[in-house]
Design a protein around this ligand. Structure first.
Ligand code: SAM
Ligand code: SF4
Length: 361
C-alpha cells in the first residue's frame, strides 16, 4: 500500500504504523507534512513552555538505563532546598512561562510525599494560582497521587518506557520495585486521580524493534493519554545498558525514529500535548525545533539552577548543563519562532484532548 493511502485512512493498524515508521525519502516527507497539517488543524500554532525543575537526583530505584540510578556511585547527589525550588517557580512565573514541571528521582517515604505536597501549595500561593504544575516524580499509591492533585498539581508524566513486558524486564531489575504491572497500575491511578495523564517511551533501546514501537503508540492510544514525552535512548557509561552501545541503531537513526514516532502519534491522537524531549537536543542542536515541525507542541526549558544541572545526568551529552535559565530562554525563543510557531506565554496550554475526555465522562 502507498504511504498516501495509509495517511488518508481514519484508523491505523499496527501494520500501517510499521510502514509509516519505516518510511524514508519522499514517503518520510509526506508523513511529516501530514503530521504538521494535523497539528496546525487540531492544536494550532502555539508552543507552550513548561519550566523544568529537576529538584533532586536521589533515587531509590535502579533502572538499567539511567545515569542517576541508585547504584551509580559516581553521582554527586543533591536536593534543591524549598527556597531554591520556589525561586525557580517565581522565575517561570515572572517570565510568563505558564507552567512548571517538577521532576526527581523516586522516593517513597512520608517525608518526601509531604514535602512535595507543601511545595505544590507554595507554588500555587506565590503565583496566585496562575502557574500550572506538572509533576514527574514516579510511582506512588493512588492516595498519594490524589493528595498531590488536591495540593495543586494537575498534570502527571510517567513514561511506560516500553509497552513490551519482556523488553521492560530487560531494562529493569527483576523485583517488586521495578515491575511492569506496577508501572501500568500507577498510570491508571494517575488518570483516576484526575490528572491530565502523560506517558512515553525511549526510542532505540537495546533489543527494541520497530514493531515494539508501533505497539507503544497503540498502547498510548488505548490508554487514552492526554500528553506524551518520547525521546531517543542515549546510553550512559555508568549504567548496565552501556554494554550494548555498539548494538544500538546509529544515533541519527534513533533521532529520526523519534521524529517519526512523534509524527505518527500526532496523526493517531490529534489533540493531545506532545513534548519535544530534551534528549533530542543532545543529538541535534535544533532537535526540539525539528520535533515542533512534525507534531510536537510543548517545550520544557530547563530552569534548574545551573550549578546542579551536571548532576542530573541521565545520559551523556545532556544539553545546556552549564547554562543558567536566562541563557536558555533567549536562544530558545528565537529558534521556536524560526520553526514557525508562536509561544503561548502565560497560558497553561492544557491538552484539548483532556477537556473533551472530561466532557464525555
Ligand atoms: N524518576 C521518575 C521516573 O522514572 O518516572 C522521573 C525522572 S526519570 C529521570 C525521567 C525519564 O528519563 C525516564 O522516564 C526515562 O525515560 C528518561 N531516561 C532515563 N535514562 C535515560 C537515557 N539513558 N536515555 C534517554 N532517556 C532516559
Ligand atoms: Fe530513578 Fe527515574 Fe532514573 Fe529510574 S529513570 S533510576 S526511577 S530517576
Amino acid at each position: 500500500m502507498q504511504i498516501s493511502d495509509i495517511l488518508s485512512k481514519t484508523t491505523l493498524s499496527k501494520e500501517d504504523i510499521v510502514v509509516l515508521l519505516k518510511a524514508t525519502g519522499k514517503d518520510r516527507q509526506l508523513l511529516f507534512e501530514k503530521s504538521n497539517e494535523v497539528k496546525k488543524e487540531h492544536i494550532g500554532n502555539n508552543t507552550y513552555y513548561r519550566g523544568l525543575v529537576e529538584f533532586s537526583n536521589i533515587c531509590a530505584k535502579d533502572c538499567f538505563y539511567c545515569g542517576i540510578r541508585k547504584s551509580n556511585k559516581n553521582v554527586d547527589r543533591y536536593q534543591l532546598s524549598d527556597e531554591e525550588i520556589i525561586k525557580a517557580a517565581e522565575f517561570a512565573h515572572k517570565e510568563n512561562y505558564g507552567s512548571v514541571v517538577l521532576q526527581c528521582g523516586e522516593l517513597f517515604n512520608r517525608q518526601h510525599i509531604d514535602r512535595i505536597t507543601n511545595l505544590l501549595k507554595s507554588i500555587k500561593a506565590i503565583s496566585n494560582d496562575e502557574l500550572g504544575i506538572t509533576i514527574s516524580v514516579g510511582e506512588q499509591s493512588y492516595e498519594t497521587y490524589k493528595e498531590w492533585f488536591d495540593a495543586g498539581a494537575h498534570r502527571f508524566l510517567l513514561r511506560i518506557e516500553t509497552s513490551n513486558q519482556d523488553l521492560y524486564k530487560k531494562l529493569h531489575p527483576n523485583d517488586e520495585m521495578h515491575s511492569f504491572e506496577t508501572r501500568v497500575k500507577a498510570l491508571e491511578s494517575i488518570q483516576k486521580a484526575g490528572y491530565q495523564t502523560g506517558t512515553g517511551v525511549m526510542v532505540g533501546l537495546p533489543f527494541q524493534t520497530v514493531e515494539d514501537l508501533a505497539d507503544d503508540l497503540l498502547f498510548m492510544q488505548k490508554f487514552d493519554i492526554d500528553m506524551c514525552g518520547m525521546g531517543p535512548f542515549i546510553p550512559h557509561s555508568d549504567t548496565p545498558l552501556f554494554q550494548y552501545k555498539d548494538d544500538l541503531w546509529p544515533l541519527e537513526e534513533r533521532f529520526d525514529m523519534t521524529l517519526k514516532m512523534i509524527a505518527v502519534l500526532r496523526i493517531l491522537m490529534k489533540d493531545i500535548n506532545i513534548a519535544a524531549a530534551t534528549a533530542l537536543q543532545a543529538i541535534d542542536k535544533i532537535g526540539r525545533e525539528k520535533a515542533l515541525k512534525v507534531g510536537a507542541n510543548i517545550i520544557m526549558p530547563n530552569i534548574t539552577p545551573g550549578m546542579y544541572r551536571d548532576n542530573y545526568s541521565l545520559y551523556e551529552n545532556k544539553p545546556c548543563t552549564d547554562e543558567e535559565a536566562e541563557d536558555c530562554k533567549t536562544c530558545l525563543e528565537a529558534r521556536i519562532t524560526i520553526a514557525g510557531d508562536d509561544i503561548g506565554y502565560g497560558e497553561w496550554g492544557d491538552s484539548p484532548h483532556f477537556g473533551k475526555r472530561r466532557q464525555e465522562s
